[in-house]
Design a protein around this ligand. Structure first.
Ligand code: ZN
Length: 85
């Protein structure tokens, strides 16, 4: 199924509609993850932190941060500075 990707400047709510976890703003058109080559959308949180989001809308989970799905997430958290630990 083709999903229309959000335009730059669009606000995305990560997580399912019933339980959104974070709102982020799209800052760039679709790109590819440098680690796993997945299609991602670059966004920014209200604190100005860059966050890649999977360029696919999961019917159950909504928009999902690529930090959660990238097989190279450990490298991401080093590169991003503030990892989860
Ligand atoms: Zn990746």
């Amino acid at each position: 199924m083709m999903v229309r990707l959000p335009a730059v400047g669009t606000l995305l709510r990560l997580g399912p509609d019933s339980h959104p976890v974070l709102t982020v703003r799209v800052t760039a058109p679709v790109a590819r993850c440098a680690s796993c080559r997945a299609r991602i959308i670059w966004t920014e949180t209200h604190r100005g932190r860059r966050m890649p989001v999977d360029a696919r809308l999961d019917p159950a989970l909504g928009w999902v941060t690529h930090f959660a799905t990238c097989p190279q997430a450990r490298a991401w958290s080093r590169a991003g500075g503030r990892g989860r630990q």
